[in-house]
Design a protein around this ligand. Structure first.
Ligand code: SAM
Ligand code: SF4
Length: 474
């Protein structure tokens, strides 16, 4: 286990991940079908699972029971989130890095990586390109470097919000960057960020030490583990957890994620807003150790079990995965995806469709345009959404509201998804996507009972089409 560190961890400064305890759970006797069904029933009643209950799902190997887990995840996703999928894009701001994570091409020992930090002008150019495609939600991604201090991150966030192109604007900026101290989070909060994401990468202490050299900032397991606790203590509202699957046994990592979610819920009264589950990808200058790579079937189990174990959290499936995998796995609990993503620095204006390994962090699996992804989602019966209403109306922890307030989806989420989709169809969609989209909007309206509220939604949709009204939300 990690030793004490001089830096302030959080007000609850203990190590809440006990490897032996979690590994022990995975060695117990396999639970029987009755127990698994009880656990599934608890989750379908929208109760978060304990780590022990999650371990029971993780250990389930009987094909018919695994199928029941998949079916339950599908049902819960439909019940809680409906058919909406929220869309966003990543924007890489700088790839200088003082760390040496073995799996990442931005590591300091990779001398062939082309290092670059976008200038304020370049940030604006990238944002304009993203807005011109129709994006409204971004996640800004940073290496860890002295120059990416909280003030720099906050200024970049402000520059993104201030950049407008035509009817385009960015309405929510999330961050994926190194863990900060309390003061740093407070500085960033002032710029008005959405979610702050920190992936623990692996919860397994020994593996963590192997992939993050001890003489690097990231080598401090506990400082990272408490990163999101400090974020809450500094006043941030939404935080995102994640594991880089492929570094260690996925079964253990799922228990680590659930332990972390329960820790936050217990001490801060709020669990993670989102959970991410990137799978290790080939990357320039990186030799991938194949021992713990996760195949597609186990990946589907990870998503389904996380859906059941932490039913209130948004689940993010990124463009690291190829289109076929994304399409197949979406139904098992995913609520957010990125689309039209480019992860080379300057990639939205400079490199076209080619992926240049010396310029990017890893190789993407899905480089389709936002418009193509939108069309496929809608053909598959999903309702794409760019909604940012909760965050902007002060209703933070939006997934908890969807989850816990009866009627919330009908009153807010679906109408706002329709309004933001209609804006997209008017301003950015190709003719084919627009046709599919118009049919979907009509179909969704057809599902609503006649009421004054339905009239209000129809009125606002007409205003978007005819009066060019924008940014209307409930
Ligand atoms: N530098 C910050 C950090 O490490 O927390 C910010 C984010 S880093 C640029 C974003 C995430 O990319 C990492 O947390 C890691 O999970 C993921 N990543 C790194 N190398 C990867 C690879 N080869 N394949 C897939 N994901 C990778
Ligand atoms: Fe740096 Fe983050 Fe890559 Fe590690 S994962 S080398 S900290 S950018």
């Amino acid at each position: 286990m990690c030793g004490m560190t001089a830096k302030k961890l959080s007000s609850k400064d203990y190590d809440f991940i006990n490897d032996d305890h979690l590994l022990g759970m995975l060695l117990r006797q396999r639970p029987d079908a009755v127990r698994i069904r009880e656990i599934i029933a608890k989750s379908l009643a929208k109760e978060p699972l304990t780590v022990e209950e999650t371990a029971a799902l993780v250990m389930t190997e009987q094909p018919e029971l695994v199928e029941e887990i998949f079916a339950a995840a599908r049902q819960l996703k439909q019940q809680v989130y409906g058919n909406r999928i929220v869309l966003f894009a990543p924007l890489y701001i700088g790839n200088n890095c003082v760390n040496d994570c073995t799996y990442c091409s931005f590591k300091r020992s990779n001398k062939e990586m082309q290092r670059r930090t976008l200038t304020p002008h370049e940030v604006r150019e990238q944002v304009v390109a993203l807005e011109n495609k129709g994006h409204k939600r971004l996640i800004l991604v940073f290496g860890e470097d002295r120059r990416y201090d909280p003030r720099f991150i906050a200024d970049t966030v402000r520059a993104v919000y201030a950049t407008r192109s035509g009817r385009g604007e960015i309405r929510r900026v999330n961050i994926n960057a190194a863990p900060l101290d309390h003061e740093g989070y407070a500085t960033i909060k002032e710029a008005g960020i959405g979610t702050y994401q920190i992936f623990q990468e692996t919860y397994h202490h020994r593996t963590y030490a192997q992939v993050h050299p001890a003489n690097t900032r990231k080598g401090d397991y506990l400082y990272r583990l408490h990163g999101l606790s400090r974020a809450f203590e500094a006043g941030l509202d939404d935080v995102g957890l994640g594991v880089l699957f492929g570094l260690y046994d996925w079964r253990f990592e799922v228990l680590g994620l659930v332990s972390h979610a329960l820790h936050l819920q217990h001490h801060y009264g709020v669990g993670p807003h989102t959970i991410s589950f990137p799978r290790l990808r080939p990357a320039h200058g990186v030799e991938v150790d194949p021992r713990h790579l996760v195949d597609d079937f186990d990946f589907k189990r990870i998503i389904a079990i996380l859906r059941l174990a932490v039913p209130y959290a948004g689940l993010i499936l990124t463009a690291r995965e190829n289109p076929e995998v994304r399409r197949a796995l979406m139904a098992f609990g995913v609520s957010q995806i990125d689309a039209g993503s480019r992860i080379e620095l300057g990639g939205y204006t400079e490199v076209g469709d080619a992926q240049v390994m010396e310029r990017e962090q890893f190789c993407l699996g899905d480089i389709r345009s936002l418009d193509e992804v939108m069309a496929e989602l809608m053909e598959d019966g999903y309702l794409p959404s760019f909604c940012t209403s909760c965050y902007r109306s002060g209703r933070t922890g939006e997934h908890f509201m969807e989850f816990s307030i009866p009627g919330f989806i009908k009153e807010f989420c679906t109408p706002n998804a329709l309004l933001t989709l209609q804006e997209y169809l008017e301003d950015y969609a190709s003719p084919g996507t627009r046709t599919v989209g118009e049919a979907l909007v009509a179909q969704e309206l057809g599902k609503l009972e006649d009421s004054d509220f339905k009239k209000a939604i129809c009125g606002r949709l007409a205003d978007i089409r005819e009066k060019k009204s924008r940014d209307s939300y409930f």
